[in-house]
Write a protein that binds this ligand. Structure first.
Ligand SMILES: C[S@@+](CC[C@H](N)C(=O)[O-])C[C@H]1O[C@@H](n2cnc3c(N)ncnc32)[C@H](O)[C@@H]1O
Length: 286
């Protein structure tokens, strides 16, 4: 007997309740996500198709089983994630972009100041940098990551979006290799970064969906989760244009006063912004 999308989502929800121990509403939402992804349905398409017959899908059951037995997130099975306005390909070396990171894109776009040059430190899939470049059609960008295999995917994403000609990628430990790649000092209107910020001791406590599938180097921010900021903040001024902006995603932990005071040593204005859950999540310095 054929099921509707809605009935299939209920079946999946029951499996998630049973095997993942989540409440039914959460299981249903997950089931709906799996189906939307499998059949490429936007939220509005789901609303009017949910009582249509759900066709067979070659990989859906495999994705569900891998999620249940291996804690493999759907985005890792499909190797893609929707971020801001676009799909981004992922590989095992890139972080799976998080929704709160869209907040940093939104904050900068809302400033309405012209940005011609952007440096993204720890670019991963390139999701932040490429979202900016889409919004600023004349802008050029440089994406830096310590993992060259992450840059391979970022590069593919740029071409997929038709903006490959406006981006350069450099494998570097933060600013270390910029000069040797002939990048000029004081040449970026914006430096943006979502660096690793989980304290090393917290790694083991992360859910298996994160710990098994996101690269540790993308999340482990050293003993207190602030090691990257100690390089990124002091180093930014020499790469920013006069009046340029440094935009950082931060953890909502107790180190905020330290980060603000570090920022004030190098910038005259340091502002903290909240994410959608009301947590301190972004620092804007200029
Ligand atoms: C939290 S992830 C952010 C990825 C992407 N920007 C995003 O928001 O989805 C941090 C990124 O920083 C990179 N990274 C870690 N240490 C680095 C370092 N020392 N120098 C450059 N990049 C580094 C990681 O490989 C990872 O891609």
């Amino acid at each position: 007997m054929s099921n509707s999308f809605h009935e299939k989502a209920i079946q999946l929800a029951k499996q998630f309740v049973c095997h993942k121990g989540v409440p039914f509403e959460v299981g249903y939402r997950w089931g709906k996500n799996f189906l939307q992804e499998a059949f490429d349905l936007s939220p509005s398409q789901w609303a009017y198709k949910m009582f249509d017959v759900c066709p067979l899908h070659a990989e859906l059951d495999k994705w569900v089983q891998e999620f249940i037995t291996k804690h493999k997130p759907l985005s890792r099975s499909t190797q893609r994630r929707f971020f801001w306005n676009q799909w981004f390909a992922l590989n095992e070396f890139t972080l799976d972009p998080r929704p709160e990171t869209e907040g940093i894109v939104s904050l900068i776009l809302n400033r309405k100041t012209e940005v011609n040059t952007v440096l993204d430190l720890g670019t991963g899939s390139g999701c932040i940098l490429l979202s900016f470049l889409e919004a600023f059609p004349k802008a050029k960008g440089l994406g830096v990551d310590i993992q060259s295999d992450a840059l391979t995917v970022a590069h593919q994403n740029a071409f997929q979006l038709g903006i490959g000609h406006r981006v350069q990628w450099i494998c570097s430990n933060w600013y270390t290799n910029l000069e040797t790649n002939a990048i000029k000092k004081n040449s970026f209107d914006l430096i943006v970064s979502n660096p690793p910020y989980i304290p090393s001791s917290q790694w083991i406590k992360l859910p298996p969906e994160v710990r098994f599938w996101d690269p540790k180097v993308a999340l482990d921010g050293g003993k207190y989760g602030i090691t990257p900021y100690k390089t990124i903040i002091p180093g930014a001024k020499q790469w920013l244009t006069y009046g340029g902006v440094l935009a950082l995603e931060i953890s909502s932990n107790a180190w905020l006063p330290f980060l603000i005071s570090l920022g004030k040593q190098y910038f005259s204005k340091v502002s903290v912004f909240l994410d959608d859950f009301g947590r301190n999540r972004y620092l804007i310095l200029y």
